[in-house]
Design a protein around this ligand. Structure first.
Ligand code: HEM
Length: 205
């Protein structure tokens, strides 16, 4: 069966989403990640996780603003890439940062708030990744939507994770926080507008 134009674009986008990973792994083996390649792997994979998370959250407003269906058809792929980069990010931390010292890792999760937030965000991502299929969507029905609402909490935890780990220059994490606030704020605003007629009916302003 020949590929439709959308399938072709989606396949190309899939390959484009893999570029940062190939670039990171290749950079590591070619010794092009600077003086501390382990740290660079953790940091850059973390940043890519956040970028994919923002991209995933952008799809719903884009669909509503453009009145087109294609953003929703890309949302799951971007969401799964968020999980893919988050998993890689977590593995670099467990392996290259902590050398699988589980006691040290447990202490880190309990003692350092930015690690707590990151770990929580990752834990919440796991069920979303495993229930992302169409079959699971059908099986869970209304509960699927409720479950997938945790993506908003993940967004908040992800920016807190970044803000809390940075000690000096807050500019970059603040830019990401601003983007996250805009994407989540859009949803709050939409919800508020949707409920406005109900409030008027009930005499509340
Ligand atoms: C959705 C989940 C996560 C997101 C979006 C995320 C995002 C990020 C970002 C944006 C950075 C900063 C990159 C930079 O400095 O340029 C970072 C760094 C880091 N993250 Fe995460 N992260 C997540 C989960 C985790 C988890 C589960 C852990 C470990 C338990 C973790 C551990 C770290 C560490 C150790 C650093 C580097 C800190 C440093 O070099 O001082 N992250 N992460």
């Amino acid at each position: 069966m020949p590929l439709t134009r959308f399938q072709l674009i989606k396949s190309i986008l899939f390959l484009v989403c893999l570029v940062p990973m190939v670039n990171l792994v290749w950079g590591f083996y070619a010794d092009r990640l600077g003086a501390n390649p382990f740290e660079a792997l953790t940091r850059q994979s973390g940043e890519w996780t956040l970028r994919f998370l923002l991209l995933t959250l952008l799809m719903t407003p884009l669909r509503e603003i453009l009145q087109q269906a294609w953003p929703l058809r890309l949302r799951r792929m971007f969401g799964l890439f968020t999980f893919f980069y988050a998993l890689f990010h977590l593995i670099t931390y467990l392996w290259l940062d902590q050398f699988f010292d589980w006691q040290e890792i447990a202490t880190d999760i309990l003692k350092r708030p930015f690690i707590t937030a990151g770990m929580l965000a990752f834990t919440l991502l796991v069920p979303l990744a495993f229930t992302s299929t169409r079959a699971m969507m059908r099986r869970l029905g209304r509960r699927w939507k409720s479950l997938h609402r945790s993506i908003y909490l993940i967004g908040v935890l992800a920016v807190l994770h970044y803000l809390w780990l940075v000690k000096a220059d807050l500019r970059e994490p603040l830019i990401y926080a601003g983007l996250m606030i805009s994407l989540l704020g859009y949803r709050v605003w939409k919800n508020w507008r949707k409920r406005a007629p109900l409030r008027t009916q009930a005499g509340i302003n």
